[in-house]
Design a protein around this ligand. Sequence first.
Ligand SMILES: Cc1cc2nc3c(=O)[nH]c(=O)nc-3n(C[C@H](O)[C@H](O)[C@H](O)COP(=O)(O)OP(=O)(O)OC[C@H]3O[C@@H](n4cnc5c(N)ncnc54)[C@H](O)[C@@H]3O)c2cc1C
Length: 183
Amino acid sequence: MQAIFDIVIVGSGPGGMSAALNAHMNNLNYILLEKTDHLSDTIFSYHKKKFTMVEPAIIPLRGALWIEPAVREEILSNLDEVAAMQNLNIRLNTPVTEIVKESGSFHVKTDAEVFNTEHVIIAIGTQGAPRKLGVPGEDLPHVLSRLNDPGMYSDQDIVVIGGETQLSRSPSPLPTKIELRCL
Ligand SMILES: Cc1cc2nc3c(=O)[nH]c(=O)nc-3n(C[C@H](O)[C@H](O)[C@H](O)COP(=O)(O)OP(=O)(O)OC[C@H]3O[C@@H](n4cnc5c(N)ncnc54)[C@H](O)[C@@H]3O)c2cc1C
């Protein structure tokens, strides 16, 4: 008979990691499923050295997970350390494809396995489906919806459509000669 988990957590961002740590500390039978090969893909995809948690906190942080103002690399390394030191039950490379409720419990499905559980925490953030413009050409390989390393684009002509967060907080800004037009 297959194990029945108390909780299956989907996604290893700050939300999912906090849930896993708290489940662990409360001796619950849990597993966290993450679709990528690393923790916290949204933060992983920030541009290099991005300073994070710079906004005033409107909702106070809860739970045991350490999150403080820091650069991307420090936050990622801290999450890896927490996962290793606490021996959290995390499965990478495991995208959840379907969740089915049956007789009061859930079947959380991946391509290879089904995880049976009493509760599910869906902590997949919003970056799995970034907002697109819906115009022809946006799927071309040189059109990006994430800016991981602004330095890669120095001396290139680029068009930026919308740019509040990534441009204004970049530590290694886009090329110094910028022709800026607000439309
Ligand atoms: C460019 C950028 C800059 C930001 N800067 C800041 C900042 O300075 N300060 C701040 O407080 N916040 C900032 N944010 C927001 C912050 O990153 C998010 O609020 C936070 O990451 C949300 O955490 P989360 O746990 O809800 O989801 P996420 O961090 O988005 O994590 C979701 C996880 O779920 C996984 N996942 C998705 N689908 C599946 C699936 N089907 N199966 C398994 N796993 C799945 C993803 O791979 C990912 O690892 C920024 C966001 C972006 C995009």
